[in-house]
Ligand binder design. Sequence first.
Ligand SMILES: *Cc1c(COP(=O)(O)O)cnc(C)c1O
Ligand code: SF4
Length: 345
Amino acid sequence: MITRSSTLLHCSAPDEPGLPAPGGWQRQLAGAIRDPRELCRRLGLDASLIPGAEAGHSLFEVRVPEAFAARMRHADPDDPLLRQVLPLDAEQTSPEGYVTDPLQEAQHTARRGLIHKYAGRVLLITSPACAINCRYCFRRHFPYQENAPSRSQWDDTLDYLREDATLREAILSGGDPLAASDRQLAWLVERLDAIPHLKRLRLHTRLPVVIPDRVDGPLLEWLTGTRLQKVMVLHINHANEIDEAVAGACARLKQAGVTLLNQSVILKGVNDSVDALEALSERLFEAGVLPYYLHAFDPVSGAAHFDVADARANALVDELRTRLPGFLMPTLVREVPGEASKTPL
Ligand SMILES: *Cc1c(COP(=O)(O)O)cnc(C)c1O
Ligand code: SF4
């Protein structure tokens, strides 16, 4: 069989071999599944799941691009990818201690769209939107509308970075920063590039995982055009999320000089077993990505059904350490409000 990439190598197409068509990701994003009924139908799920899915959808809307849905098993409500995106009846219940802003980020927004909690690095809310809506998300209640800066407000936010010479790193976050257009991102990165004390540009994104075609020519152009060292922290929770297309996107990023890391959240019914965590680390490394953080679950309201107790998370990681080389071990951490760094459990 002739593969697509080998075909391209032998023709004289103007684009680089294997690069997705520019802008194709935007069509995929616009066409994402946004209706809980459609999600259930697409995956051949039992109709009894629909009322819970619709109720959850009214709290935090369903959003699943087809490229991600295509990696799920058909007619299996326990599929680890489906569980991350399908609203359940359980979202209606919010036990005591589950809150809307578990990280108390509202207290650290120094400027519109800017969170400065840790020494040397600031987090910029670059896009309020995500390509996928994860049910366990600790930002599911984040007031993005209040925090998404307009272009003129960006000047004020960028002044904060210009004036603080202790800053070494700008972290583009969200939502998902890669949900912004390449034009906007190129504009922003050009300004960050011009701040002499900044050394690194970091992106926290799930888009290359959810829609691998996001890593196209226009993205690689601004990414390779900056003098800043580039780090991308992907967000992958299960080995099944990494198919050939995702591995291809990772290869393009690596070729562009990006250091690739991954953060996961430990989630009941998704990856709360040593086998699942081991397979995830192995598959990540095959794709050229190193495990970085494994986040303990944050008690965000509506997501209590994903909770894994700290003692259990610690036990899983202790056993994982007996199976993997040290460089494939993520660090199990929690974000504790008021602490100067993420806190190892
Ligand atoms: C997690 C986080 C960072 C990055 O922390 P690292 O330990 O460097 O990965 C930076 N700023 C904020 C507000 C964060 O929540
Ligand atoms: S992609 Fe990240 S920020 Fe967006 S919903 Fe999922 S976990 Fe939350």
